[in-house]
Structures are given as C-alpha cells and as structure tokens.
Ligand binder design. Structure first.
Ligand code: ZN
Length: 567
C-alpha cells in the first residue's frame, strides 16, 4: 500500500522508488503440520482499546509469524490466529461453514529473451525486453503468438461515458494493437476541467487502460512511458514487469484479458511514431483535446511470447456478524493480512514484519468486530470482517472476493478498508483518500466533527492512492468504498511533526524489515480515534436502511446504478 501520510511527507521522486506495485509473495514452504497460533494471555475488552490493539499487532508482526508471506508457514499462523480472534468475538464463519476462502492464483514469468518486432513503414524494430520494452500476458498461456497486428494510436485509451469521452469512438480494434499514453487527458494538459486536472483518475491507471483495451477486443496494448505521467521512472516499470507476475486464474476473474500487454520507453516511442507517420510531441497536445480521434500508425507488430506459468493458492479469512433485522444486507470491513514474508538470502534481520503494513489494519478490524459484538442494539444489517491475502502481489485476495462474494455485491452497502494505520498520535484532521468520491463521506463527516477533526484529501492525489489498495476492487465493481487514514496535523507538534513522522516511516520502515511493533514510540490514542470513527460509520450504516452511492460524476457510479436497478 501507499500511505497518504507517507505521500504527504516525501517527494514524488522518492515515492517512485518504493512503487513496485506487485511484490512477490514468499516461496511456498514444504507442507508441514499446522502450528497453533501464539496464545494470548491477555483478557480482551469488547471496547476499542489500545492495549488490545497493541497485543494483536504485536502477535501478528512477531518474528514467529515470519512476515506473513502468502504460501509460507507464516500464512498458516496468521490465518489461524485471525480465525481464532473471530471465534473469540463470536463472529460466524463468513464463507458457508468455513472462515476461509481459498484464493487460487497464477504466477507467470515471461521469457525475457523475447523481442518485440515492429515493422514501421518498412523500418524494422527489434525491441529488447527491459531496455526498450516490457511485455507480458495475463491469459495463463505459455505461448502467445501475434503476427503482423496493425498499430493504432488511441490517445489515452479512455472510454468514460460520464465524462463524455471515448478514445475508441467509431473504432474497431479487434485483432489490432493499441498504443496509448499513461495517465489521463487532464494530466498532461494541466486542464482542471478535464479528468480533474493533475489529480489521477481511475482512467489514468495503467491497469484500467489494459482492461479497456481487452474489452474493445484488441490483440495487444502498449503504453508509452513518460516519467511525469506515470509518476515513476522506467526503472520502476522494468523492475515491476521483470520476473514473476501474479494474478488470479483467468477463470476466476470476470474482467476480459489481453493476449499481450506492455510498455515502451519514451525514446522508442518517439522514433517509432516518427517512422510510422506521427509526431509524438504533437500527439501529446492533440490527445487531450475533446473530439480527439484515434489514428492508425503505419506499423505492424509481431511477437512470440513464451512464459512459465505455475498455479498456487492462498486464503482470505472471513467472519460475519449476522444482522438482527436484515441479515442479507452487509457492511464489509476489510484489511489485508499479507506482507512481504521472510527473505533468508538477505543478511541481518530479513523478516519483513509488516507491523504498520498491515498488522495494524487486521488488528483494527478485529477491534471493530469486538465493538459490534458488544453493541446494543445489535446491528440490523450484517457486518462482514474480511482479512484478505495477496494485497502486496496486486490486490488479488480482494479481487477474488469481489468475483466470489459471500454476500452479493448488490446487497453490500459499503466497504471500509484499513491499510496501514497511523501511530503518530491524535490529530486535528483525518485524511480521506480519494476525497470527494462517495456519500460515505457524508456519514463520516459528523463523526469526524464530533472528534473535532477536519476531513481532507491526501496530499498527493496525482499518485492515485485510491486505486492502490483493496477497496479499489469493490469500487470498480460499483460498491461504495471508504479509505481513510489518520491526519497530518498532530495535536502535539502540528503538521511539521505529522510530516516528519510520515517521512520517517517512508524512509526507514515502509516495506522494510524495520516495520516492527514499537511500544516505546507508538502513540495509539490517535489510532483509537481513527478506529472509533470507522466503527461509527459502520454502526450508522448497519442500523439504517440507506444505500449511500458514489457522488454524481464519479467513474464508479454507473456500475452501482446498474446493479441496483429495480431494487
Ligand atoms: Zn498495505
């Protein structure tokens, strides 16, 4: 995940360095007998309480849990421990008679000796993996062959009905290769009236672009890299596309997939466009004007992509508190349990404990579950507690749950995601990542007011933080999602201290073995405020018959409206 507090404190250049979006899960260990999770000697209180929270985080992030790598012995300990906590609280199994949901996944490693051949107006290009391009397939096929596919430049590759923007208007790209820019039309034009200007929208994400190209029936899609638009350099693209790539099995994912997808460097694009009859610099001006029309490039692509494909699996943990009046309707609290595991090849401390990221989130939903269990009157709607796996590998556990929900999505009122809580103390504010998205913010606002806290957006909305944690999969499907974080403006020390704390975490602990529980420096009073706020949002929703929606103009509203039609 990408912490908003962290984003507020560090330069975007530094951000790029930690932006590997799909970290590898730990290698699965040899089969072994399940180990009973560490028993707590501590008596838990049903109220949201710092001591209980600290105890949960301490256990989940202990060396014994080995950094909670999916497929490792740490997975067994983690999921058993979460299940035991759900049982202690009195939650029912959330997936039939089980607390577990198996998440099958594929691991695809492209043969990096593959070259991408393009014939541009008679001029041959033989693009090398890593230096000139990166390429991969999500089909689960060990060989993908494309022979002489026509290239079409489709601007930003965006089809956004609510923005009245369609780069594919009147175009048939079946069997063709689409070439497009990263980010969205508002970014490069700096035009606030287009796609929220500099702020990254859903349509700016590279994942969206490939999915849209697949819906349009393209054979392949290529994104032209630029450092500003991506918010990271080519090294990050190369790093995250080299080696094993993780995904759900195609059969478990309702989203259509491209046979081949990848990126080319800005330098390759400049030469290729020129040889194929277009001026790249001029297209950066043309593609962000309303009425832009896709243009054929006088070029053909050929590719013989071989990959090694293996299947693995991990588990989500699901507990439910059935509603007293409308048990078929649910509020979902979610937190990813996985982290980066143990790396024996590294000298020194090589256990990535992931105390903040995301033992705090898991402990947080357990604490919230306790509060619901003690609540009088009981919640009328059901409350689901979902600890998902494989977030660090590409938000896969939540993606699988959304494709196989245990309570249907049109009966799911909202999802509240907790990913990496602040432990810097009480604040005068609260960060809503993707601020201005949904009516859930109207539920949160009076609760934050009562705590004397102001709501605001994350400091760097151009980095697209809203699209980088598990709730995003619910949002894409249409379910309103709330993703909040502790604020920046600390009661002790103000904004300067808040930013310093964020920078310290970003520089010294984020995705490092040093992300450990620290009783001496953690200030949990602010964390308890955050948990109380998200609990009260769910308490409000679970006792009501309201269905908050996305705000008008939001990209996810159409999907929600469609699923709720006639209800
Ligand atoms: Zn995280």
């Amino acid at each position: 995940m990408l912490r908003p507090l962290l984003l507020s404190a560090i330069a975007l250049a530094t951000l790029a360095a930690c932006q590997r979006e799909a970290a590898p899960p730990a290698e699965p260990a040899a089969p072994q007998t399940a180990v009973a999770p560490a028993a707590s000697t501590h008596a838990f209180d049903p109220a949201i309480r710092a001591e209980d929270f600290a105890d949960l985080v301490k256990t989940l992030s202990s060396d014994e849990f080995e950094g909670r790598g999916p497929g490792s012995p740490g997975e067994d300990k983690t999921v058993d421990y979460i299940k035991a906590q759900f049982e202690r609280i009195g939650l029912k199994p959330g997936n039939g008679d089980s607390y577990f949901q198996t998440v099958p996944m594929t691991e695809t490693t492209a043969d990096e000796s593959t070259s991408l051949k393009i014939d541009a107006n008679g001029k041959p290009y033989d693009l090398k993996f890593g230096t000139d391009m990166v390429m991969g397939t999500r089909t689960g096929k060990s060989e993908v062959k494309i022979d002489g596919s026509d290239l079409v430049f489709v601007g930003y590759g965006v089809n956004a009905p609510e923005q009245k923007w369609n780069d594919y208007a009147g175009l048939d790209v079946k069997g063709k290769t689409v070439v497009m820019f990263v980010n969205d039309p508002g970014f490069h034009s700096k035009d606030e009236s287009l796609f929220e200007g500099k702020r990254m929208t859903y349509y700016g994400r590279w994942t969206y672009k490939f999915e849209e190209a697949a819906r349009q029936g393209a054979a392949a899609a290529i994104i032209v890299h630029d450092t500003e638009g991506a918010s990271y350099g080519w090294d990050v693209v190369r790093g995250s596309w080299s080696g094993a790539q993780f995904d759900l099995r195609a059969a478990d994912d309702p989203t259509p997939r491209l046979p081949a997808q990848g990126w080319i460097t800005a330098d390759v694009a400049k030469r290729l466009f020129a040889d194929a009859g277009l001026d790249l610099a001029a297209e950066y001006k043309a593609a962000n004007k309303r009425g832009f029309k896709a243009k054929p490039l006088n070029a053909k692509l050929s590719l013989d992509l071989k990959s090694k494909v293996t299947e693995k699996q991990s588990r989500n943990v699901i507990g439910v508190m059935p509603g007293s009046a409308r048990p078929d309707e649910a509020i979902v609290y979610m937190a990813h349990w996985d982290h980066l595991g143990k790396h024996p090849e590294e000298a020194g401390d090589n256990i990535y404990n992931g105390a903040i990221d995301n033992a705090t989130g898991v402990a947080g939903i357990i604490e919230v579950a306790g509060a619901f269990a003690a609540q009088q009157p009981k919640p009328q709607r059901s409350v689901v507690f979902l600890a998902v796996t494989l977030e660090e590998s590409g938000l896969l556990g939540s993606k699988y749950y959304v494709a196989h929900p245990t309570i249907p999505l049109d009966k799911t009122v909202a999802v509240v995601n907790i990913d990496a809580m602040s432990v810097a103390g009480k604040t005068h504010d609260m960060t809503v990542v993707g601020f201005g998205s949904s009516e859930l913010e109207d539920v949160l606002k009076p609760i934050a007011d009562k705590q004397g806290r102001k709501l605001h957006a994350e400091t760097h909305p151009e980095a697209g933080g809203f699209f980088r944690s598990d709730h995003f999969n619910f949002a894409k499907a249409g379910v309103p999602a709330l993703y909040v974080d502790g604020g920046n403006d600390l009661v002790e020390g103000g904004v300067a201290a808040g930013e310093a704390a964020g920078k310290d975490y970003g520089d010294n602990r984020y995705h490092k073995p040093a992300d450990e529980y620290d009783a001496a420096t953690w200030k949990l009073d602010g964390t308890m405020d955050d948990l109380t706020a998200v609990y009260e949002v769910g308490r409000e929703l679970s006792g009501s018959d309201k269905w908050p929606n996305w705000y008008a103009g939001n990209a996810f509203k159409a999907a929600r409206d469609k699923m709720m039609q006639g209800k």
